[in-house]
Design a binder for this molecule. Sequence first.
Ligand code: DQQ
Length: 490
Amino acid sequence: RALRDPHRPHFHFTSPGGWLNDPNGLTHWNGVYHLFYQYNPLAPAHHRIHWGHATSTDLVHWTDEPVALVPGTDGPDRDGCWSGVLVDDGGVPTLVYSGRHRDRELPCVARGSADLRYWTKDPANPVITAPPEGIDITAFRDHCVWREGSGEGTVWRQLVGSGIRGVGGTAFLYESDDLRTWRYVGPLLTGDASQNRGELDWTGTMWECVDLFGIGDGTDVLVFSAWDEGTTHHPLYWTGRYKGDTFTPVAVHRLDYGGRYFYAPQSTRDEHGRRIMFGWLQEGRTDEANAQAGWCGVMSLPRVVTRGADGRLAQAPVPELTQLRRERVEVAAGPLTDPYTRLHPVRGDQLDIETTLRLAPGATARLVVRETPDGAERTVVEVSRTHDGASGTLRLHRETSSLDPAVDAEPRYGELPLDPDGRVDLRVLVDHSALEIFANGRPLTARIYPTRPDEAVGVGIGADGDVSLERFDAWQMASAFPEDPRPLWP
Ligand code: DQQ
């Protein structure tokens, strides 16, 4: 077993060992951030899922806590404690999660100790004993729970992710006075699965991990992860209006251009009023490689989600992360005249790069990271502007990221919003195999696995067409874990 895996991130959260997937139960409780997650402590494989738990006061440094939920020896969650949320039930931290038994999941509840460390499952689990009657569903799991109304009239509401066979993904709405007895209200919203499956905004046959929240100016957002016949696809969100028992959609958008590399996101409103979101960065290497490494699955950096000027979501890493910045290298502003220049002082596989570029119509700029001295391995982030100047594209080329033919190297791309000046604010965070890119508020998250990690350290920049560099700063990032790298099986 590789004890020092060069692909293991140093400032992204990973589990102590074994398997990690979705973020769960996100909360900011009395000044402490709690991150629970889908966890198999026994092996780096998705099997008999527990709830792992970590805490932080700054969203940067995390402390591992005892495992929060363990599948029962019998009962409705004997085959796994799947995704869910944490709510404040009159001061009692309470989890609502999907208990799995055989190939079926049903909503379960657990009460927590005051420190959120120890959890007692409700003897009445599952609290909903069957999916809505008379509807042919594709699956039924994952929860979004909130308290609605004011004064005497408050009520709990819950969405359960699902899909109606032959129609599309859906979020079923329920209501309760006590989180234990639920009344079925109806489908909040149902998608259309009949579109071409290859589409990057295809909404799937089932919606995993539904998450409903408002972003101001009367806009509500319903985030979900499109799923189909056992395959994860991509995270999407509807913009629209939640009112009464329905969500009136305006449009569906891609949440992250990395697709399945930012999957099953969940968000919470923190005590500062910010909407903080985490997602799961799946692996892009083989199961054998994961088994060899002894760990797998990376939690994204926490993001602040706001309403962008265009009414869509704008995303950015939480500002707290800048405390990990160490040595800074600055590149002088000016026109980028060469197609490519290696920036010799900027090196490393733990970097935070912030740059502002101005692209004339028809221009392309590229930032290369993790490049070997001979250029055989390099990862290229590209931003380009159309000839008419009206729109742009953000692209990630991973085709040459790794000489290992077994890792996923598919490129990723998505629309880049541009103002008439062609200004691009680009932020690139490199953390070994984890890569998070933000361009004008649009994220693209992915994994890369250079085979020569000790050499794959270079950074370069270049352009075709008329591009000016307004600003370029790069920082070495410190590890967020006292052990460097995070020890395996501590
Ligand atoms: N992962 C969980 C499910 C959820 C899926 C199981 C999304 O609850 O639907 O580990 O990745």
